[in-house]
Every structure is written in structure tokens, then in C-alpha cells.
Design a protein around this ligand. Structure first.
Ligand SMILES: [Zn+2]
Length: 93
């Protein structure tokens, strides 16, 4: 049996490399707009550390990474999303 190498991605906030499974993926989907953990398009990854997602500059960093404008409501949705994600770290495994 060969062990599959984990897919590594960089957190846009702390710039550390993590296993993709441990990151929240934010995608600017071509048709549906901003999506979490799904969608096709430009994506950014953020780790689950409170320091990263509660960073006051996170919206700016995301806008830059996704090359898009994020609505003010986005951060509210984003925080809910990452909090629920943190509650179920092993979801889907
Ligand atoms: Zn981070």
C-alpha cells in the first residue's frame, strides 16, 4: 500500500503550510459567488487558528487573494462558517 501524500496549502493569513484538510477553503465560484469548501474558481485557504480568522486585516487579505470585492456581510458569514467548521474538525473523515 502506498500512502497518499497530503495536499499542502498555505494559509493566507499566517503563511504557514497545512494539510488541505485542516484548512477552510474560500472559493470565488464563477456562477455562485463566494463559497466555502466547494465551488470552482479562484480559491484561498485559511487555517483554523483564531488569530488568523479574527485578524482585522483578513477581509483585505481575502479580497486580494480572491481578486474580488467582499460584501460587509461576508465576515459575519465567514465567522459562522469557520466556527462551525471548528466544532467538527473530523467531519467527513
Ligand atoms: Zn493561519
Amino acid at each position: 500500500m502506498t500512502q497518499q501524500a497530503p495536499v499542502m496549502r498555505i494559509c493566507i493569513s499566517c503563511k504557514k503550510t497545512y494539510d488541505r484538510k485542516d484548512l477552510l477553503k474560500i472559493t470565488k465560484d464563477h456562477k455562485q459567488g463566494i463559497m466555502f469548501q466547494k465551488g470552482i474558481g479562484r480559491s484561498a485557504y485559511i487555517c483554523k487558528s483564531t488569530k488568523c480568522y479574527s485578524d482585522s486585516k483578513i477581509k483585505k487579505k481575502l479580497q486580494k487573494a480572491l481578486k474580488t470585492f467582499l460584501e460587509p456581510e461576508f465576515i459575519e458569514i465567514f465567522e459562522k462558517e469557520i466556527t462551525s467548521y471548528n466544532d467538527h474538525p473530523n467531519k467527513g473523515i
